[in-house]
Design a protein around this ligand. Structure first.
Ligand SMILES: [Mn+2]
Length: 356
């Protein structure tokens, strides 16, 4: 397992200088943020970014994300050109040593929450999703960090209608077309493609969502028979409904070698379709983070893992979910679990003794 940390580039208040001081951090997960969605990333910018990261002693082996243009998801307009651009981005990132690309196929809205700075009992702030509040939101006037905010309310209304017309099966069809186009390029360049599940894993505002549960993850993986075609298994996205058993999902898909990137965070499920993001430590939320990591460890997981969202603590301000302190605490907690699992693993003990 390689512990990594998401970094949003030079604009990120959490600098590489800070990230490199977190014990056990091997690299950052990042992207080019100044190229419009769908366009080709310049090799020069990719190489410059890599050098900046490598100069701080960190790796750039995971990109999160190379976003998929809405035309591809809708199968409309310029989708063929955008798919060719996507292939070129895979080639260029491979050239820079990138091993894993995270992406998602969520229509219009990336992750959705009702509040980004809800104050928890201990005075920290966290992202929350209260179903009643989300139901009252007007999606045409909504903007959350990381979302494409370039749409006017009229364009947004049209876009939402297009997805409603497309429906779940239409979205599956467009996903299959995309996968069958890009995967041969990924395989040829030895890049793992890792889809991120929908967050939360249910339809919102009447728009279809399909990467939601075991049945659909199976259907997704069946689209292309090669291990490069895999998952970013996000415990917090899939885990905000008790119907997804994260430990079982990790056992199954890590066992099959189909998880390339692990997002680990905890959530407190409130029932009635609501949830709050919580600290990583198992007793703070509904997920058993020890059992999740044990499932990865038992499967011999050697991919990338990162603490996902954290709370804002100790007066920190910044990008919601992506402060330094709580994510660093989460990383150290998980590294501690991993070290214990390593040292208690009889096979690893034998190997270590042989080395001595
Ligand atoms: Mn995630």
């Amino acid at each position: 397992m390689k512990m990594t940390f998401r970094w949003f580039g030079d604009e990120d208040p959490v600098t590489l200088d800070k990230i490199r001081q977190i014990p056990g951090m091997t690299g950052v997960v990042t992207a080019l943020y100044d190229t419009p969605v769908g366009e080709v990333w310049s090799q020069e910018s990719i190489d410059k970014l890599k050098k900046e990261i490598n100069d701080k002693g960190l790796e750039m082996e995971v990109i999160e994300s190379v976003p998929v243009h809405e035309d591809i998801k809708l199968g409309l307009g310029d989708y063929k050109r955008y798919i060719e651009n996507y292939k070129e981005n895979i080639r260029r990132l491979a050239k820079a040593g990138v091993k894993t690309i995270c992406y998602n196929f969520m229509p219009v809205f990336d992750w959705t929450r009702s509040q980004l700075d809800h104050q928890l009992e201990d005075g920290s702030n966290a992202l929350v999703y209260y179903k009643d509040d989300v139901d009252k939101l007007d999606p045409t006037k909504l903007a959350l960090p990381g979302w494409d905010s370039s749409y006017t309310p009229e364009e947004m209304t049209q876009l939402i209608q297009d997805y409603k017309d497309l429906g779940e099966e239409g979205l599956w069809k467009n996903l299959e077309y995309f996968i069958k186009e890009v995967m041969p390029v990924a395989v040829e360049n030895d890049v793992n493609m890792a889809i991120h599940p929908d967050d939360p894993p249910w339809p919102i505002f009447g728009i279809p969502r399909i990467i939601t549960d075991e049945k659909n993850l199976d259907r997704f993986l069946d689209l292309y028979d090669d291990k490069h075609h895999g998952l970013t298994l996000c415990s917090g996205s899939l885990g905000c409904t008790a119907s997804n058993d994260i430990v079982e999902l990790v056992k199954k898909y890590a066992g099959e070698g189909r998880i390339h990137f692990a997002h680990v965070r905890n959530v407190k499920i409130l029932g009635d379709g609501s949830f709050e993001e919580s600290a990583h430590y198992s007793p703070c939320g509904s997920l058993d983070v020890f059992e999740i990591l044990k499932a990865y460890h038992d499967a011999g997981f050697d991919g990338y893992l990162r603490p996902d969202h954290g709370r804002m603590i100790w007066g920190e301000t910044g990008k919601p979910g992506y402060g330094l302190y709580d994510r660093a605490l989460g990383a150290e907690y998980m590294l501690g679990i991993w070290e214990a699992l390593d040292k208690m693993d009889p096979q690893k003990k034998i190997e270590a003794e042989k080395k001595d």
